[in-house]
Design a protein. Structure first.
Length: 98
């Protein structure tokens, strides 16, 4: 399971605090500036992958901080993040002869 939040830059500190929650912090968390994903917005995208409990808690904590991306848009951001991660892993593999 995963969820993607769109968080305005001015709420980044609140988001950082929410990500330190005992349950949420145990999930896989990726934070990306929109510009690094070729999205022309002044926001951060926060993707949380993990358990149903972790996603539910994140939704509660982010109610006042950011908005949940609609399914199609969230999937698009998820795919962009995964593509970046795969490209980075491939580059490291080339450096070390993997």
């Amino acid at each position: 399971m995963y969820i993607v939040f769109e968080v305005p830059k001015e709420k980044a500190r609140q988001a950082d605090k929410a990500l330190k929650d005992n349950i949420v912090s145990r999930q896989s968390i990726v934070v990306r500036d929109a510009k690094t994903l070729d999205v022309d917005k002044d926001v951060q995208f926060i993707m949380i992958e993990g358990s149903e409990e972790g996603i539910k808690k994140a939704k509660e904590l982010f109610e006042e901080i950011g908005s949940v991306m609609p399914d199609a848009e969230g999937k698009n951001i998820y795919d962009k993040i995964k593509d970046q991660d795969d490209a980075a892993a491939s580059g490291v593999g080339m450096l070390f002869g993997d």
